[in-house]
Design a protein around this ligand. Structure first.
Ligand code: BG6
Length: 470
């Protein structure tokens, strides 16, 4: 039985706008996330979040106590360039991440830096956002500024987090306004984002020769609901649209043929200018980040059926999600073999093993699990959080990683989402992921005290034993 590599990156992750707060301090400009209204009024915004901006030292000390070997965080673009492409970067913004990186290194925690995690500077959104081809150079300039500032100490770089969510759920993630969110615009934007990513990847490899650079994709394993050939086809269609479209563009420099057929059928093929495909091909990112939470299950969707956009479960009550249906392509359904979280996410560690095998088989590049974790309601009782359900989830998923390693997958790291409680993208503060509890509620900030959960101590043992004590 193989074990995890000796220098395996046992990590945990966060993103800037979900954890930092200080949304308008020290010269930070607005990001789209600061402007976007929470999906309903019972859910908090991102203005204070976990107040990490003021408590980063204490937070890093706790990460060190947990024994983390790596910490994945994102840089808030609008802290560095308040308007996205100002003449000069904001020194205070640069300083914040500089001291954070130094503090991590003091404890021998490897920084893994994401450049863009959903929080585009609002000023750029006002100039057309990702529909504007100028974004290719603007993103590259921001990326180069970060490489120049931190490249002497940061080896792992992630360009864009979950581009597939930014495209497929463009309205909710703030990448497009409702009236602009046609399929044509989404995939036009996708093409431009891919070019921006390719350019920034090339810059990274040029400026930091020993860098590991890649993207992080929201990966979903897709099962057919039955062995009926039509269902198998539906699952394959979904896989192409959710996973391969993005990964093939980034790692092969080409459009996936099934995804391209889908774009043609939806009148959504992008404008491809001379040189675009060469740029994509020449980028050569050298590792793949996978964010994995759940699998999905698919049945055939007849041409005559109704199109359903699908909704995110905002209430945190099982069974309230509305599944999507795309006539002629795929229709989602519940998997009767899997339990789900309170937000209807299918809990499926074997799905993770499959994901790792599929991706490695296809691209043969090192993979890092850049996010994996359980969103749950936690309770603080007598000063403790006994989150055995989270331990159970993580144990099974880490075990699945080990099995994938035995299947031959080159897995270099695993990051729990999240290092510390933070504001969920769609579900506010009630849906917690952290190994460290933050004492606040949806609208009552309380004392924001940090309290290690039971899972914190469990993960410390896992790290100490390099994954032997699960
Ligand atoms: C990923 C994102 O989609 O999933 C994170 O990269 C996010 O930012 C995580 O928090 C969990 O999703 P949610 O909606 O439960 O916060």
């Amino acid at each position: 039985m193989k074990r995890f590599k000796k220098n395996f990156l046992w990590g945990a992750a966060t993103s800037a706008y979900q954890v930092e707060g200080a949304w308008n301090e020290d010269g930070k400009g607005l990001s789209v996330q600061d402007v976007l209204a929470p999906p309903n009024d019972t859910i908090c915004d991102f203005k204070v979040a976990s107040d990490h901006y003021h408590r980063w030292k204490e937070d890093v000390a706790l990460m060190a106590e947990m024994g983390l070997k790596a910490y994945r965080f994102s840089i808030s673009w609008s802290r560095i360039f308040p308007n996205g492409d100002d003449e000069k970067p904001n020194e205070k913004g640069l300083q914040f991440y500089d001291q954070l990186i130094n503090e991590l290194l003091k404890y021998k925690i490897e920084p893994i830096v994401t450049l863009y995690h959903f929080d585009l500077p609002f000023a750029l959104q006002e100039r057309g956002g990702w529909l504007n081809r100028d974004m290719i150079d603007i993103f590259d300039r921001y990326a180069r500024t970060c490489y120049a500032a931190y490249g002497d100490r940061v080896k792992y770089w992630i360009t864009i987090n979950e581009q597939n969510n930014l495209i497929m759920h463009a309205i909710r993630f703030g990448t497009l306004k409702k009236e602009e969110a046609s399929y044509k615009n989404r995939y036009e934007m996708n093409h431009i984002m891919c070019l921006a990513q390719a350019k920034a990847t090339k810059s990274c490899r040029e400026m930091i020769p020993n860098a590991k650079v890649g993207l992080a994709l929201s990966y979903r394993t897709a099962y057919p609901a039955s062995c009926k050939p039509e269902d198998v086809l539906a699952a394959e269609n979904y896989r192409a649209m959710r996973n391969w479209l993005y990964l093939d563009l980034a790692y092969r420099g080409e459009y996936n043929p099934i995804a391209w057929a889908y774009l043609e059928a939806h009148d959504a093929t992008p404008t491809i200018l001379e040189g675009d495909m060469d740029m994509l091909k020449s980028a050569k990112p050298n590792f793949i980040g996978i964010n994995y939470y759940r699998s999905t299950t698919w049945t055939a969707c007849h041409e005559n059926e109704k199109f359903v956009e699908g909704t995110i479960n905002l209430k945190g009550r099982k069974g309230e999600s509305i599944y999507q249906a795309d006539p002629g392509w795929f229709k989602e359904t519940r998997n009767p073999y899997l339990d789900v979280t309170d937000w209807d996410w299918a809990i499926d560690p074997i799905g993770l093993r499959l994901a790792l095998r599929e991706v490695y088989d296809r691209y043969r590049l090192p993979i890092m699990i850049t996010e994996n974790g359980l969103g749950a309601y936690d309770s603080l009782v007598n000063g403790k959080v006994e989150d055995d359900y989270r331990i159970e989830y993580l144990r099974k998923h880490i075990h699945a990683c080990l099995q994938a390693v035995n299947d031959g997958v080159d897995l270099i790291g695993y990051c729990v989402w999240s290092a510390i409680d933070l504001v969920s993208v769609n579900n506010g503060f009630s849906k917690r992921y952290g190994l460290i509890y933050v004492n606040r509620d949806e609208h009552d900030l309380k004392d924001l005290k940090r309290i290690p959960k039971k899972s914190f101590y469990w993960y410390r043992d896992v790290i100490q034993s390099n994954g032997s004590n699960l």
